[in-house]
Design a binder for this molecule. Structure first.
Ligand code: UDP
Length: 246
């Protein structure tokens, strides 16, 4: 499928690229007009896969699975692999937006509450002058709206589609519509439009560097506690895999 270095974390193939390598690879794929599905796999996603065989298939089929989050980087290294750094979905998003004008790539934003994608678009136009964000659509829709959404995305001529519906909804949506969509590069971005629009704060740099972004998110939104309860389970599973050789 591709020649990327691949490691396996709890049954999931992960491509341990550095950010600059990931961006170069994805730019090249778009230039070659090759369809590429990207999943930025954090610990929550890897744990979700453990109890959802369909989601697992999506990750196994994705052309590029990047190590998002301190947990995934830690897991890869603990299992004995070289993982250069964390490639967070939000940072990948910003880097692709910055490089898009140079290659005249067109981008479509799909997801988040009404008005958020448009705010994120404005921010991108400030830090990446000349960027072509050719369409925005909020992420709240019914099954009947889907043909119109796909039509709008395709008519826009976008090369890159960012889908911010949260995991796993965004990956399922991309899988269900993969044959109909025209953009080459398709990436699920979770809450990234909210962060860029200023609706959701990102952890300060020191917390990111201390691998504490999860703690910041929990502090900002305590309702995430239920989801985060999987994190200690993730640690345990990785340690079990390491010491049992499974
Ligand atoms: N969202 C959406 N449609 C939905 C459900 C969620 O557009 O049906 C958006 C939501 O508004 C938010 C994002 O998806 O912008 C989910 O953000 P979250 O931080 O929960 O995602 P994660 O990064 O944890 O996957």
């Amino acid at each position: 499928m591709n020649n990327l270095p691949t490691i396996e974390i709890l049954g999931i193939p992960v491509h341990p690229l550095a950010m600059s390598e990931a961006v170069a690879y994805l730019v090249d794929r778009v230039k070659q007009k090759l369809v590429t599905n990207v999943v930025t796999a954090n610990a929550e996603i890897i744990m979700l896969v453990q109890r959802d065989p369909d989601y697992k298939k999506i990750l196994q089929a994705a052309e590029c699975v990047l190590p998002d989050g301190a947990g995934t980087v830690w897991a890869g290294r603990t299992l004995g692999f070289a993982v250069p750094e964390r490639v967070a979905g939000f940072d990948l998003f910003l880097n692709l937006v910055k490089t898009a004008p140079e290659h005249a790539f067109k981008i479509y934003f799909f997801g988040a509450s009404p008005g958020i994608a448009e705010l994120a678009k404005k921010k991108c136009e400030e830090f990446a002058p000349g960027v072509q964000i050719v369409g925005c659509r909020n992420g709240y829709f019914t099954a009947e709206d889907v043909p119109q959404i796909i039509n709008d995305i395709n008519q826009s001529g976008a090369d890159i589609l960012f889908v911010a519906l949260g995991a796993p909804k965004q990956e399922y949506w991309l899988r269900d519509n993969q044959e109909l969509l025209k953009p080459y590069l398709r990436i699920g971005l979770g809450g990234s439009f909210d962060v860029l629009a200023g609706k959701m704060a990102r952890a300060p740099k020191w917390m990111q560097e201390a691998s504490l972004e999860w703690l910041f998110r929990l502090y900002k939104d305590p309702s995430r506690l239920g989801r985060m309860i999987v994190l200690p389970k993730f640690v345990l599973k990785v340690l079990t895999a390491k010491y049992s050789g499974k």
